[in-house]
Design a protein around this ligand. Structure first.
Ligand code: IMP
Ligand code: MG
Length: 176
């Protein structure tokens, strides 16, 4: 059991299983992008451990960079706005592989994909460690999924509960 702030979390996916699955995802990316030079784009803060593990097993001639996404309700009719902080990389005509910790409703990725379009990326695909299929509300190009999980709050392996719990070695699920 792990305690983070006021809540208790139970072991859900251990780190050796995560590493094993991450290698499988890397193998698939290596095969799918053979001969190309994609740019990996890690989404901070949550993806930093997964991105590091995944990238170790990528054998393409490629680069990696990180952005922080800040989302807020826009006052315009377009609704939610996602601002990418630190996206200095030139993405014009680049194949982008987004690395995320978790896709929950999919709102963040849905809006961020618009930003990539404005930057004239040649293509964009998403590689996420976790997905909550019961929560997803948007149609997204998630080509690489580590694990589909139930719609329950999880921490560890980079994911946080109110800033803490990112250093827990494995995915832990909120106890009900
Ligand atoms: P979405 O926009 O609803 O897909 O939410 C995505 C973001 O919410 C993720 O990048 C996480 O930062 C956060 N998030 C969603 N579910 C969880 C969870 O179970 N644990 C920790 N963070 C989560
Ligand atoms: Mg995140």
């Amino acid at each position: 059991m792990e305690k983070v702030h006021d809540k208790t979390f139970k072991p859900y996916i251990n780190s050796s299983r995560i590493i094993e699955r991450t290698k499988e995802l890397a193998d698939k990316i290596n095969a799918d992008y053979e001969g190309r030079e994609p740019v990996f784009l890690g989404i901070l803060n949550g993806s930093f451990i997964f991105a590091g593990e995944l990238f170790k097993h990528i054998n393409l001639n490629c680069s990696i960079t990180f952005v922080k996404l800040a989302s807020y309700k826009g006052t315009t009719s377009t609704g939610n706005i996602v601002t990418a902080i630190g996206l200095e990389e030139i993405l014009t005509n680049k194949d982008v592989i987004i690395i995320e910790d978790i896709v929950d409703t999919g709102q963040t990725m849905h809006h961020f994909l618009k930003t990539l379009k404005e930057r004239e990326a040649a293509s964009a695909s998403i590689c996420t460690l976790l997905r909550k299929p019961d929560a997803v509300q948007f149609d997204l190009p998630i080509d690489y999924i580590g694990f589909d999980i139930p719609d329950k709050f999880v921490v560890g392996y980079g994911l946080d509960y109110d800033g803490y719990g990112r250093n827990i070695d494995g995915i832990y699920q909120l106890e009900d």
